[in-house]
Write a protein that binds this ligand. Structure first.
Ligand code: NAI
Ligand code: OAA
Length: 362
């Protein structure tokens, strides 16, 4: 953001769970600086933690005060979901255990699933009418399903899970391979689960080369896309854990900001909410239609069973729900070796749903 003018709008209430954790620490300062809701929108922050981490969350709140953010109207720290979600408009459900080396995200189902029922119930009972929820804690899609199931009075379309990190990773990998800037890439889609079965799909992607947009698979080798790009993006979380010794945190926070910003301000608004920022991949007049990826409740599109929370190509006009973009079924003939990948990731989501049902969490 280049300038901060005097805040001119009513404050928005943003709740961050797991506020004392690694992602929380990166996320809160971006939100307070106006990076999520724009340079004219003050924010009220509600930080939810478990009792053992409350003191650390208090410390983070002290640092937020010390940063003297002009847009930060208020910070409250609590271990009570009813307080944390009172009047919430933007709920960032981060608090959950991260995986460690050698685990798959699905291994966290039992450990983390129990967190999201009570939080869904608290959102049901206390949130504002225009609440938007993004689940970051893993396994994100199924945790979002659990939260939504405990919030019968909130439309299911308000519960989403984060696959924007996968989307951003895919954009970055394609841009690097094509030798272009991330702003010269458009039309990437992440399908399915935020797990190693996801399908990062380049069959409708475009790359700007020498000023003109071309199909990505004419610019990069389809064999590279199928054999290197797809597994690299799908397993990037594990690669980060291997190299960094801890799971992605700042990039996850950045993606959560992107997700909530685009949902609230619209996918055409640009990163600073002014409509002029080129940081959005695919920004530009001749890129063709623009979309991003988010895990949203399926309406049956693309043969994903209705009710599952699965990643799709989506747009937002700033309304309450993301819109699934039609007509973008992966053209597997363009990506040899990826046939059946969409069906497989959806089957994994069904298996996770059945597993949490078996655990009594749904
Ligand atoms: N969807 C995505 O793209 C990504 C998801 N993640 C996931 O995000 C989650 C958080 O990751 P980190 O911040 O690195 O973990 P962390 O362990 O650093 O922080 C988690 C925090 O959540 C808190 N917490 C646990 N239960 C809670 C509850 N019931 N209510 C409120 N707070 C609670 C813990 O006390 C801790 O402070 C993990 O599940 C991780 O796997 C991480 C990266 C990307
Ligand atoms: O892989 C993990 O466990 C953390 C995560 O979700 C990611 O980095 O995408």
């Amino acid at each position: 953001m280049s300038t901060v003018s005097a805040p001119s709008r009513a404050p928005r209430t943003v709740t961050v769970t797991g506020a004392a954790g690694n992602i929380g620490y990166a996320l809160l300062f971006r939100i307070a600086a106006g990076g999520m809701l724009g340079p004219d929108t003050p924010v009220r922050l509600r930080l939810l933690e478990i009792p053992a981490a409350l003191r650390a969350a208090e410390g983070t709140a002290m640092e937020l005060a010390d940063a003297a953010f002009p847009l930060l109207a208020d910070v409250e720290v609590t271990d009570d979901p009813a307080v944390a979600f009172d009047g919430v408009q933007h709920a960032m459900l981060v608090g959950a255990r991260p995986r460690t080396k050698g685990m798959e995200r699905g291994d966290l189902l039992e450990a983390n699933g129990g967190i999201f029922g009570p939080q869904g119930r608290a959102i049901n009972d206390h949130a504002a009418d225009d609440v938007r929820v993004v689940v970051v804690g893993n396994p994100a899609n199924t945790n979002a399903l659990i939260a939504a199931a405990h919030a019968p009075d909130v439309p299911a379309e308000r519960f989403t899970a984060l696959t924007r990190l996968d989307h951003n990773r895919a954009v970055a990998q394609l841009a690097a391979r094509a030798g272009v800037a991330v702003t010269d890439v458009a039309g990437v889609t992440i399908w399915g689960n935020h797990s190693a079965t996801q399908f990062p799909d380049l069959t409708h992607a475009r790359v700007r080369v020498d000023g003109g947009w071309r199909p990505a698979l004419e610019v990069v080798d389809p064999a590279w896309a199928a054999e290197e790009f797809v597994p690299r993006v799908a397993k990037r979380g594990a690669e980060i854990i291997e190299v960094r010794g801890a799971s992605s945190a700042a990039s996850a926070a950045s993606a959560a900001v992107d997700h909530m910003r685009d949902w609230t301000l619209g996918t055409d608004a640009g990163a600073d909410g002014t409509g002029t920022d080129a940081a959005q991949p695919g920004a530009g007049t001749d890129a063709g239609p623009r979309w991003t990826s988010a895990a949203v409740v399926s309406d049956g599109s693309y043969e994903v069973p209705e009710g599952l929370i699965s990643s799709f190509p989506v747009t937002s006009d700033g309304g309450a729900a993301w819109r699934i973009v039609p007509g973008l079924a992966p053209d597997e003939s363009l990506l040899p070796g990826t046939g059946g990948r969409l069906a497989a990731t959806v089957a994994e989501l069904e298996a996770e749903r059945d597993a949490v049902r078996g655990l009594g969490l749904l």
